[in-house]
Design a protein around this ligand. Sequence first.
Ligand SMILES: Nc1ncnc2c1ncn2[C@@H]1O[C@H](COP(=O)(O)OP(=O)(O)OC[C@H]2O[C@@H]([n+]3cccc(C(=O)O)c3)[C@H](O)[C@@H]2O)[C@@H](O)[C@H]1O
Ligand SMILES: Nc1ncnc2c1ncn2[C@@H]1O[C@H](COP(=O)(O)OP(=O)(O)OP(=O)(O)O)[C@@H](O)[C@H]1O
Ligand SMILES: NC(=O)CC[C@H](N)C(=O)O
Length: 553
Amino acid sequence: MTKKFRLTLAQLNPTVGDLAGNTAQARDAWEQAKAAGADMVALPEMFVTGYQTQDLVARPAFVAESMVRIRSLALDCADGPALAIGGPMQEEDRLYNCYFILQGGKISAIMRKHFLPNFNVFDEVRLFKSDAIAGPYTIEDGPRIGSPICEDAWYPDVCETMVESGAEILVVPNGSPYFRDKFAIRMNNMVARVVENDRPLVYLNMVGGQDDQMFDGGSFVLNRGGRLAMQLPVFRSTIAHVDFTLTDQGWEADAGEKATLPDNLEQDYHVMVETLRDYMRKTGFTKVLLGLSGGIDSAIVAAIATDALGPENVRCVMLPSEYTSQGSLDDAAAAAKALGVKYDTVSIAGPRAAVTEALAPLFGDMPADLTEENIQSRIRGLLLMAQSNKFGEMLLTTGNKSEVAVGYATIYGDMAGGYNPIKDMYKTRVFASCRWRNENHRDWMKGPAGEVIPVAIINKPPSAELRPDQKDEDSLPPYDILDGILKMLVDDEASVAECVAAGYDREVVKKIEHLIYISEYKRFQSAPGPRLSNRAFWLDRRYPIVNRWRDSS
Ligand SMILES: Nc1ncnc2c1ncn2[C@@H]1O[C@H](COP(=O)(O)OP(=O)(O)OC[C@H]2O[C@@H]([n+]3cccc(C(=O)O)c3)[C@H](O)[C@@H]2O)[C@@H](O)[C@H]1O
Ligand SMILES: Nc1ncnc2c1ncn2[C@@H]1O[C@H](COP(=O)(O)OP(=O)(O)OP(=O)(O)O)[C@@H](O)[C@H]1O
Ligand SMILES: NC(=O)CC[C@H](N)C(=O)O
């Protein structure tokens, strides 16, 4: 009789620290696997705790409770398919990132991670110990399986050793966070492992937002030769069953679902929506508010919030001053109407006059300058935070990556807010994302279809409207030049000389370099936001605040 093996892939969304909830999700996946007649159900890396735990995993009580949950899951799931789940384990003074195989009421095998990622957003060498490469485990009446844990499968060694010691299938649990165009990098690595080892491979990733990171799912199954047998969707919790048949050449996966992967404009937009949605749900908020200025940044943030939470949970507030143009008033109202969100107006004229009066004895006849400009931004921050307190709505802040990079925002002013959906998106890409959203609608968007960001907003020159006729380009180079230089200096760590060789003016490059370094203190105090690139501010790029070094090239 043909030998078969059914594996259930649980591409699910854990919450960091919700040990009971994550275990319940695992248990539910196991019930579904059992009902489907599966032999094994696999959950992602560190699923019991959620990922990434950062220093929470250094707390002995947290690890101990996680172990208790794993053991009780083993007992609960004794009678049915094997269950494989990631979690931490303490052995004497050593903490490991593990993959537990639960069968027959017990932990029947434990894989300990060998290659600990310690770059970009990862600090696993700081948190965990590496263990020697383990051999495969056997599923009762089924294949011998090797489980390299995420980073373990990005190099040949672990898979090769597991296969040399008898692994017939590789099942790789992952906690692999999104950055733009990462799919191809993952796929290339996994195809290489399959070809090197002549074994099928199951790549299982988690989904969900955690602070700045989005775990984008997109799990897949490869047959020998690197042939794609199954592709699960990105950004969506999914339970799927894959059937393996034992052939003369070894185990072969039957062809299953082949989800299509979105292009990178859609990926980024979807990440901004999902991370905000998960940040809200996982921190217990349902409603947001934001200042809607009639400019493009607050307009796209309003659209993202509406798509994430629904129009009934988004409130936009126009806070006009004497410098607010009629165009801005019209554009902000039109944007709110197109999205179907609540829209209020609170003038800053009165508070501004009161602040000016309060400071007059100190400021005397000193000329008005940036101080007075920033007071407007700070009054808006204060009025928005007051509404946040009163109505229990979380305030969204709206600075794009270009502004965040050069400090073009007022600290304790428009930087006020709990989450910044566009923190890692350069201004030039904000324009492209707005056009994409106006032309596309998907079932995961809770906002309406159509032109939700009025084209008048996309087409006008950006202005902070903090003084008469102010344009961003008065203080900054045009955004295509600014973003070109920022991409080189921030994302590529290019030298000043390399920027000049690429055609940028040295004086402009030096000015931008200076602005990046002197605004480190602002970023240190800024709200988190979704990571879209592999060089996002915060964990990917950690610079000192006090720093006298400048590139003399
Ligand atoms: N290293 C450091 N550590 C701690 N504090 C430091 C510091 N360097 C300066 N500071 C302090 O920070 C203050 C300066 O920061 P801040 O008050 O923000 O002021 P600043 O960065 O000078 O001005 C804000 C800039 O953002 C522009 N803006 C504002 C609002 C919105 C937008 C927009 O388009 O979205 C643009 C505005 O036109 C202006 O060019 C100083 O008073 C100084 O005391
Ligand atoms: N008149 C206003 N009413 C409400 N909010 C405002 C107003 N002006 C500024 N804000 C808030 O402060 C943020 C910074 O806006 P500002 O106009 O200074 O520059 P910006 O970065 O070009 O943003 P935007 O493109 O949204 O205008 C805005 O995104 C908005 O949230
Ligand atoms: N959790 C991990 O080991 C992640 C590292 C891995 N290379 C990734 O980003 O996909």
